[in-house]
Design a protein around this ligand. Sequence first.
Ligand code: NAD
Length: 304
Amino acid sequence: KDTTVAFVGLGHMGGPMAANLVKAGVTVLGFDVVPAALEAAAQAGVTVMPTAAEAAAQADIVLTMLPSGTHVIAAYEDSLNGTRGILRAAKKDSILLDCSTISVDEARTAAELAHAAGHRAADAPVSGGVVGAEAGTLAFMVGGPEDVYADVLPILEVMGKRIVHCGGNGLGQAAKVCNNMILAISQIAVAEAFVLGEGLGLSHQALFDVASNASGQCWALTTNCPVPGPVPSSPANRDYQPGFAGALMAKDLGLALAAIEATGTAAELGRHAEEIYRRFRDEDGGAGRDFSGVITTIRERSGA
Ligand code: NAD
């Protein structure tokens, strides 16, 4: 592929994603503010650049994989390491492709900034975690115009497996936030059911055997089962090592809450889930544990 990609943000996700692009023959110009991330990227064949602006100036696609929307807009706008931001540095008609998880409103702002500076833009948040990033099996949820989608699809296919065009700018983030809200609520529901079963004298295996073949069936039960035993690969079997850390789930639910409030949606369980995972992260030691570990706090609060 003769596309040149500027890759800004070479962390847990961005590092392996950039490495997969290199393996597929894409020229990758990488930048990160952390020297260790740059060193690892260089080992993987990424051409390390001194600033994001210098990477962007030579690229067809500027991909950002940063912690939050504030970071993305800061990298776009200006004064990154005292140099010009991506908006001013990138070539006209280049595509600014943000793969970070940020709010729908921030994604729309980022796209407006890109358009005003003469660029094209799409949001393409991912799911699949570090494992999916390494294996090149991420799911991408894309928001942006049809032509931009068509032009980014070949590089997304290198890094991912399931790619869905969800609509215009911001709607990739919308799909991500809605999916994660389902996941967050269903993981709590499954955990509450196991703790209730414990109180009633029902074994984990019996509840699993019934619910996994009945209408209670869901990913939170059959893949991420919050008790050890029924699903040997689930984080519960390794003391809730992530997996998907509580800190990330709490972050994503913060974005869901922002969307719930912006739209005035009567999402009572979504709001409550945000509160539960925020408490799990801040008060119950859950920041670095898999989010299915929320079951331990439900059990403790039950006095069991
Ligand atoms: P990370 O913190 O490991 O990586 C972010 C990188 O961005 C870091 O290396 C940091 O140094 C760099 N950075 C920060 N500001 C920068 C700047 N101005 N210029 C250049 N680089 C800068 O985070 P991550 O786990 O790779 O996650 C990245 C994004 O992907 C987040 O939005 C996260 O919510 C999302 N995400 C993460 C996972 C996961 O499992 N880790 C899964 C899905 C989505």
